[in-house]
Design a protein around this ligand. Sequence first.
Ligand code: FES
Length: 113
Amino acid sequence: MNDQQKSGFEFICKYSDLKDLEGKRFIIGETEIAVFKINNEIYALNNICPHQHTALIYDGLIEDGCVVCPAHGWKFDLRTGKKPSGSRGLDSYRVKIVDGDIFVQVISKGLNW
Ligand code: FES
C-alpha cells in the first residue's frame, strides 16, 4: 500500500484527464463523486444532489464558484459543498495532486457525524 492510500486518499485519474469547466463522475467504494477542474484548481464533491437524489452534479454548469444541479437548479459552493445560504449541501472532499495524478480523500458520512 502506498502513502496516499494509507492516508485515505484514492487515485481517481490524471490531472490531464480533466477538462476545464467540465465535471467528471467517479465512484470510490460506495461513494459517487463529481470532480471539476476550474482555473487549474481541482474540486471534489459528492455527486448525489440532496434535493431529489439525482446523480447529476458532475454535469452541472459552473457559476460564480458554484456548481448548479442540472435537474432543478440548486447551487453548491465548489469549495465547501454548501448552498449559497450557508446551509449544508453536498459533502466536499480533500484533493491532492502528486506527479500529475489526482487523489481524493473520501470520508464516509458515518465517520463524519
Ligand atoms: S435534484 Fe438537484 S436540484 Fe433537484
